[in-house]
Write a protein that binds this ligand. Structure first.
Ligand code: SF4
Length: 346
């Protein structure tokens, strides 16, 4: 089908109402930026799932980072987005005003030079992310072990996608098909979604991030509703079996664990923690299970389950904005509420 035909197909669709969920924060942003919702028939609904890593990190994790950053002789290093995520009482950024030692790094590997320069200081990296980011944490571990650097630790909140999709479906999410995450699929391979397609008799489409790539993938999904099929519309970077080298490196250092997702609760097997033999590099990740809502009216849980649009939250755009976020979904540029707010989605 040519692009004009795809657009016509998607805008003219007149079959049963369908919900399609994207589970990748970058897709959420790309869908909004490309004006995709306005190109679809009223019968095709796009839902934003739990694909923003900082949005699903529980408050106890942020609390532990704050505790570490206020510990003498310790520095916490993190990616930028995490610094503003609310813990149970405050964010890392607020703790910084009270003397917390927090630095922002573009790559976890940058911590090596800092640690070697200051051997008396303990550096803790906030290892948050999905399958996309996990290989770089494994690479960092490889460097720490081979160089004998012992003053770097990881506080892990690493999550995996197939398990949370399984959780959403098993808990009654009304979804007809999934836009599978493009970057995650580079690592896992498109076949990682096959068991879910079979279990729930629904299509998955691995998609790129350009407007045309998203439209092609959406058209593929709409045509295959009800069919247990995984379609790879991003073959230039995604293979069926993924990046075996990266997967082996992850497996060397990390093992599966049940993980707490902010707003969702515990999802079996959906996290990765350091293997017991490397526990000396762990900064206390296993004990982090509590998730406290800062604002009880925040509906992030329902947004992440695809049960509510961000705009249906009573706080959206009033009490809760990117300047003063009340929930994690409004903090990160990849968060559903943030994306809907800045792109004026309704
Ligand atoms: Fe939570 Fe704010 Fe989103 Fe409402 S708009 S669900 S308060 S993050």
């Amino acid at each position: 089908m040519k692009l004009d035909e795809i657009k016509e197909f998607l805008s003219g669709y007149d079959g049963p109402e369908i919900n399609i969920m994207e589970v990748c924060g970058s897709h959420t942003g790309a869908i909004a930026k490309n004006g995709i919702p306005g190109m679809l028939s009223d019968k095709i609904h796009l839902l934003s799932g739990p694909g923003c890593p900082v949005c699903v990190t529980p408050s106890s994790y942020v609390d532990r980072l704050i505790e570490l950053s206020l510990t003498p002789g310790t520095v916490v290093a993190t990616f930028g987005d995490l610094i503003r995520v609310p813990g149970s009482e405050r964010s890392l950024s607020e703790a910084k005003g009270e003397g917390a030692r927090v630095i922002m790094l573009y790559s976890p590997l940058d911590i090596l030079a800092l640690a070697e320069k200051e051997p008396q200081t303990t550096f803790v990296f906030a290892a948050v992310g999905f399958e996309t980011t996990t290989p770089v944490y494994a690479l960092l571990m490889d460097q720490l072990v081979s160089r004998g650097v012992n003053n770097v630790k990881l506080l892990t909140a690493i999550k995996t996608m197939p398990e949370v999709i399984d959780y959403l479906m098993a808990n009654g999410a009304e979804i007809s098909g999934f836009l599978a995450p493009g970057h995650v699929s580079v690592v896992t391979g498109a076949d990682a979604f096959k068991p879910l397609a079979d279990k729930y008799q629904m299509p998955f489409a691995v998609a790129g991030f350009k407007g045309t790539e998203l439209l092609v993938a959406l058209a593929g999904l709409v045509k295959q509703i009800g069919c247990p099929k995984v379609m790879n519309f991003y073959p230039q970077v995604v293979t069926a079996s993924g990046n075996q080298k990266a997967l082996a490196l992850i497996d060397r250092y990390f093992e599966p664990v049940d993980a707490v997702w902010r707003g969702l609760g515990t999802v079996a097997g959906s996290g990765r923690v350091l293997r017991a033999e490397f526990s000396r590099f762990d900064a206390g990740s296993a004990a982090l299970s509590e998730d406290v809502k800062v604002n009880k009216a925040c509906c992030c849980d329902r947004v992440l389950m695809g049960r509510m649009k961000p705009t249906e939250c009573p706080l959206f755009g009033k009490v809760c904005t990117p300047i003063k976020p009340q929930g994690a979904c409004m903090v990160s540029t990849e968060g559903s509420c943030h994306s809907w707010f800045v792109n004026h989605r309704t």
